[in-house]
Structure formats: C-alpha cells, structure tokens
Ligand binder design. Structure first.
Ligand SMILES: [Zn+2]
Length: 421
C-alpha cells in the first residue's frame, strides 16, 4: 500500500479556502467550482461530467435584529429563511434555552406569535438536537420567528433554516453577546425588531463527477463497478468553510491523485464526486442518486463521503446502518495506524445519507464526533478558517481515506457483497 504524503494537499486546501465560504449561488461558490474543475482534471486526468442540480435559489440582502433600546445588532439569515416585511417585524422574544422538545413543551402556551430563541448545538454528538428539529417545533407551536444562538463569542452562526416548500418564518443566527443584549437579563418576553430581506429565484448548481474506470482482464465483471469518493464543495458565508468542507474536498483530490496512475490494475473504477447544495438539505447528491438507474445504483459498491475530516482528536465513520462495512474500515485504520470511531445509526447530516437510503453501502468520515471540545465546534461560524486546521490532520485523513478506497477498489465480490449487509 502506498503511503506517501501528498505534497500538494495543504496548498490545494488553502486554495479552496481562498474562494471564501462558498455558499451556493454566490461568486465564491462559482470560483470553487472552477477551481475544483481544474484541480480535479489534474488529479484524475479526465474531464468531469457537470451535473446541474435545480434548487430553490435564495440569497439574503439584509439581516439584523434591533434590541428594546433601539440598537441595531448583526444577524445571519439562515439559508432559505422566509423574509420579514421590508420595514421589519416588531415581535416579543422568549428564550427557550437549549430548545429541546421538552423546552418547547414547557412554554407551549407562550410561543404563538412570538420570536423564539434557542441554542446551536455541537453537530457531531449522538444526542444533538438538530437546528431543523427546533425550527420545526417553532413552526408547529405557531412561533412568528426563529433565532438560534451560536457557540462562539464574537461570531454569529449560519446554517439552513429547515424551511421546505411551506411559507415558513424568518430565521436568523446570532452571536452569544447579541443574545445577552437582546434579553437584557430576562427570559422574556422582551420587545425586538427583526429585519430580514431576501431574494428567491429558481437556480442551478453544478456537481462535478470525475470517472476513472478500473477493471482488469481477470475481473471483467467488476470493471463496471464503482467506488464513489465524494465531498461537498459548498458552504456558508461566514468564515472559509475550511473544516466544513474544504478539508474533505482537498483530501478527496489527494486520494484521487494517488490512485489515478494505477487504475487499470483495479477491479473497480473510482468516481470522484464534488457535490453542490449539500447545505441545502443535501440537494445535489439527492439529485445525483435520483437520476441513477437501478443498474447504476447496483454498480456502486461503496460511497466514501468525506465531510469535515479535520479538527478532532480522531476520525469516525458514520456507517449508516451498514454493519458489513465496519470490519473493512477498522482493518484499514489498523493498517495505517490511526484510531477510528464507528457509529452505526444513519445520520442524515451529509451526502452519504442519500446513497444509504437508496440501498448503497455508504459512510461519512468525520472528525470530532462526540468531542465537545474539538475544533469542529466552530463549524458554521466565522472561525471555521484554515487557522484551526492542522496540516497533519489532513494528511492523516488522506492516508485513511486512501487505504479505504484502495481496499474497496480491489475487494473480491464476496467481500463487497458483505458490505450490503
Ligand atoms: Zn459538511
């Protein structure tokens, strides 16, 4: 097994960060698509298939919140949030603390018509209550607006609002100090004014798919099979979306570069996929999987999804209920000498979920899972920049992801059949 460090890994990671936060529909995202098109061609030696995904294009024009004393404070519009009227929305705010189901139930009679405030939680813990659930409870209780407080002093917090096809309610992220100023020492209700102006228009987001066919003369039946190595290229407007997910994109490039020269000797092909609009309810990969024929789906032996692969003390594989892939993953980690956590219940927190739900063995490799103090706690804030990523962490993720891809590319059919168990 090759384990030569990749000398271009950090420079390519930094170049992706240089594009900015890469929110879909912005110049930053377009720059990243152009960069990954170029770097992907160089790494794989092939031109990408460009798969345009239709999505609900949206952008925020202005977002702010005004406290009881009339001071205007900064806010971040959550993706796809509904707008307020142009002159804002005067509301009473109540603080629901963390914003669990129990917190909503305890204040059920006080929520209708008011703005609710909840707390952002570390995303990679088994007991995390996701923002989208909290937003859904706010809607169900008749709240008029949704405010989520970020984890870091000095930064607002981004994320998707969770709004689907319905009208929805205005939804913003704010910094902890902004929350304190709005509440002024009370749990509420306190008067505020929310201003959130947005634009919506149907849009297209390109996904980039690079196919490197494999297939040896000894295994002609396997040469139509694929290992899909994926990473989402889009992010949020705050910071550089460095951990989430410049890290995964850069590592995927490095793995493809290392494996490209020997593909003719592999049983299966390697498909490098950069998915777009992941932060918009996994839309890009959902579109990709939906367009696959039953034969195409059956031909994907494994999806290796790299999302936020730096910033923790170890990597964890979220194995999406596919217990059969765990021994293979553990064996790879042992061979490269890295610890690997395994977490089996399906987590719908990245693109692997769309593969798994279509019956394709799939896992997400993620750093910082179950580690409240890990640097992954800064995701979705302005602190998710290259400064919190160690070059060594990228190199370790590269070594493990490469070992997994090598094993998956060459595994005999009877082994690959076990992955579907
Ligand atoms: Zn991500």
């Amino acid at each position: 097994m090759s384990d030569t460090p990749d000398t271009r890994l950090w420079a390519e990671f930094a170049a992706i960060c240089d594009c900015g936060g890469r929110q879909s529909g912005t110049a930053s995202e377009r720059a990243a698509v152009a960069l990954l098109d170029r770097l992907g061609r160089a790494a794989t030696g092939v031109a990408p298939q460009v798969l345009e995904t239709a999505y609900d294009g949206w952008r925020a024009i202005e977002a702010s919140v005004t406290d009881a004393a009339g001071q205007v404070l900064p806010a971040t519009a959550l993706l796809r949030s509904a707008p307020t009227p142009d002159d804002g929305l005067a509301l009473e705010l109540i603080d629901l603390g963390r914003g669990t189901a129990a917190d909503f139930a305890a204040q059920a009679g006080a929520i209708a018509g008011r703005a609710v405030m909840v707390r952002h939680e570390l995303m990679f813990c088994a007991d995390t209550v996701h923002r989208r659930l909290k937003y859904g409870w706010a809607l169900a209780h008749g709240a008029a607006a949704f405010i989520i407080v970020g984890p870091d002093e000095g930064s607002s917090v981004a994320g998707s609002s969770g709004r689907g096809g319905e009208a929805g309610i205005p939804a913003i992220g704010i910094a902890p100090e902004t929350a304190r100023q709005l509440l002024a020492g009370q749990a509420g209700p306190v008067p505020i004014r929310l201003t959130l102006l947005t634009e919506e228009a149907p849009a297209l987001a390109p996904n980039l798919i690079f196919d490197m066919p494999g297939g040896t003369a000894e295994s002609p039946g396997d040469r139509k099979e694929w290992v899909v190595l994926s990473a989402h290229l889009d992010g949020h407007a705050l910071g550089e979306s460095a951990i989430d997910n410049a890290s995964g994109c850069a590592v995927a490039l490095a793995v493809a570069r290392a494996l490209a020269p020997g593909m003719a000797e592999r049983r299966r092909g390697l498909r490098l996929a950069f998915f777009n609009v992941e932060e918009w309810a996994l839309t890009g990969s959902a579109d990709y999987v939906a367009r696959l024929s039953p034969q195409d789906r059956a031909a994907i032996a494994l999806n290796v999804n790299l999302d936020s692969v730096a910033g923790g003390s170890r990597l964890t594989a979220l194995t999406s209920g596919f217990a059969g892939i765990e021994p293979m993953l553990q064996g790879c980690a042992d061979r490269v000498g890295l610890p690997l956590g395994l977490h089996r219940p399906l987590q719908r927190n990245s693109d692997h979920a769309n593969f798994a739900e279509a019956g394709i063995p799939a896992f997400r490799l993620v750093a910082g899972f179950g580690e409240p103090e890990a640097r992954t706690r800064h995701l979705l804030t302005r602190f998710d920049t290259r400064q919190i990523v160690a070059p060594q962490a990228l190199e370790e993720a590269r070594a493990l992801a490469q070992a997994i891809c090598e094993t998956a590319l060459d595994a005999p059919p009877e082994d690959a059949a076990n992955w579907r168990a």
